[in-house]
Design a protein around this ligand. Structure first.
Ligand code: AMP
Length: 530
């Protein structure tokens, strides 16, 4: 399987030997190509000069106004280019940031905000109102600070660096409370250093071109999901333009196809689910999107059929499957999926480990397994997070050290073949639904908060090896008279504290919950494989 490698030719160097400087690179682009668009959502745009100068002013203000304690600040918004200004300002001021998308329900936002340290929330989107009672720097205030006449400079010695937390992303937690994954400056730099060269020849060519013209990256994932780090930082690190697709654009085929055609993007970064959705539209093809030359996928299983269709519609483009959890900074393995590989391998490999990362397979007793044997995927290396913010017990459970390297127990099942990793599902109750990572217990614990619920089990329904919907089996404290009305009521109530994608499509009302011999809800009897 030697042919299915990613060509990291420039990066076959020792772990830790890395010369990328993301902030330095942004400054360089702002100096050489000041008018180049750093980010746009098709409506608003910010140039590299604006991104650099605005973030300088905001960083100085954050530094002057806030105390010496340097902890991540929440940035609330959606796909406005001002999100990037706030992220960069937080990092320059030495704080780091925690992105929160406006699609997160208010109750969950408040939960996240309360688990964060003291400090204001930066509102980076026009007309957005931040839920809760924390101090907010409004969008208008931020704009005024950024556009002040006086140009102060933020000294590089305050920037987040080394083991400092660059960003923190909250993911679904089995207890019902999201957990904050902390990513250091070093983790991000090691990841980005690899990601900008992923695809070997394809990205090298793209990099060369980006010196003279914009290389345009498409952003699908909200900034509160770590997949967005792949497009955001590879774009910034090679002086590219980030074209963000807003939620309302993604929800409307006609608008979406219009934006895709107008974006003139060269690099696509999304979950496979999103590409599959686009493939339903015949106009999603190279004729309408001429510049597209690289598809980067991560986050869930990439199917052979999706690859075959993409290869047919975009014959010139390179397709790469990457794999990794938020806890090890977006992705740690990658493989170019050529037509030959797509014909020969089902399931597709997720690739070889990037330099500085080791993939190991452990059995239930924590013993390393040889190649070919299935077990839990362990990731060790220079992009593994130092742990969950303020959660030492959870951190200790999932993170450990191997030969002085941070390591993470992924909960994924897989095996290695000639160093290539193959993904075989989960060993716990975590699922991927339309690319979103969900702990089923997170949904269950939130449903349990409703006072009239006695017992609940949530199960995924699958079609073609993918989760197609979520079903909740509930026992209520009193008899349900009208199931349709009760379904609607439950959905409505849950929407106030769970994101839409976590609200089950259907509720099945049971008199009693089937139990296993050891007193657990019998998921198998309810029809779930989990
Ligand atoms: P997240 O933290 O949201 O990125 O989700 C990480 C999880 O997504 C991993 O632990 C895997 O279960 C799954 N995942 C990521 N990449 C892939 C891939 N290429 N193929 C299959 N599953 C994947």
């Amino acid at each position: 399987m030697g042919e299915i490698e990613c060509h990291n030719n420039r990066y076959n160097k020792a772990a830790g030997d890395m010369d990328l400087d993301i902030i330095g690179k942004i400054k360089e682009t702002a100096m050489h190509f000041p008018e180049r668009t750093a980010s746009t959502n098709g409506r608003d745009r910010l140039s590299y000069k604006e991104l650099w100068e605005y973030s300088e002013r905001l960083a100085v203000c954050l530094k002057n106004e806030l105390g010496e304690e340097k902890q991540p600040l929440a940035v609330y918004g959606h796909k406005s280019p001002w999100m990037l200004v706030c992220f960069l300002a937080c990092v320059k001021a030495g704080h780091g940031y925690c992105p929160i998308d406006i699609s997160v329900p208010d109750a969950r936002v408040e939960m996240i905000l309360h688990s964060l340290p003291e400090g204001p929330v930066l509102a980076a989107e026009q007309n957005c109102s931040v839920p809760g009672d924390k101090e907010v720097w409004s969008f208008q205030q931020i704009q005024e600070i950024c556009q002040m006449e006086k140009m102060d400079c933020c000294e590089p010695d305050t920037y987040v660096k080394g083991d400092g937390i660059w960003y923190m992303i909250f993911t679904s937690g089995s207890t019902g409370t999201p957990k904050g994954v902390q990513i250091t400056a070093d983790c991000l730099h090691h990841f980005t250093d690899w990601a900008v060269n992923l695809g070997g020849a394809a990205s090298a060519e793209a990099m060369r071109e980006s010196e003279e013209q914009n290389l345009i990256f498409l952003n699908q994932a909200p900034f509160s999901f770590d997949l967005s780090v792949m497009d955001l930082y590879t774009s910034l690190a090679c002086g590219g333009t980030l074209y963000c697709l807003e939620k309302n654009v993604q929800a409307d085929y006609r608008l979406l196809m219009e934006h895709l055609a107008n974006a003139k993007a060269n690099v696509w970064v999304s979950t496979p689910s999103f590409a599959e959705m686009c493939l339903c539209e015949q106009s999603f093809c190279a004729d309408r999107m001429e510049g597209m030359r690289l598809f980067l996928f991560c986050g869930e299983t990439l199917g052979n059929r999706t690859v075959a269709k993409l290869q047919q519609r975009f014959p010139e483009a390179v397709i790469i499957n990457t794999y990794g959890p938020t806890e090890s900074t977006v992705a740690v393995t990658g493989v170019i999926v050529t037509p030959e590989i797509n014909e020969k391998r089902n399931p597709l490999p997720v690739g070889k480990a990037k330099p500085g990362t080791q993939i190991l397979i452990f059995d239930e007793n924590g013993q390393e397994l040889p190649e070919g044997k299935k077990g839990e995927v362990i990731i060790a290396g220079n992009t593994v997070s130092p742990g969950y913010y303020g959660q030492p017990a959870l951190t200790e459970k999932a993170f450990f050290e191997i030969d002085g390297m941070r390591a993470y127990r992924t909960g994924d099942r897989g095996y290695l073949e000639n160093g290539q990793l193959f993904y075989c599902g989960r060993i716990d109750l975590q699922i991927k639904y339309h690319g979103y990572r969900i702990e089923l217990e997170d949904i269950e614990n939130n449903i349990r908060k409703l006072p009239y619920i006695e017992h609940v089990v949530v199960l995924p329904r699958e079609r073609g090896g993918k989760v197609s919907s979520l079903m909740a089996y509930v026992v209520e404290k009193s008899i349900v008279e009208d199931e349709k009305t009760e379904n609607d009521r439950l959905k409505q109530e849950l929407l106030s504290f769970l994101p839409e994608y976590m609200v089950p499509k259907k509720f099945v009302f049971l008199d009693t919950m089937p139990m296993t011999a050891n007193g657990k809800a019998d998921r198998k009897k309810l029809g779930g494989g989990l």
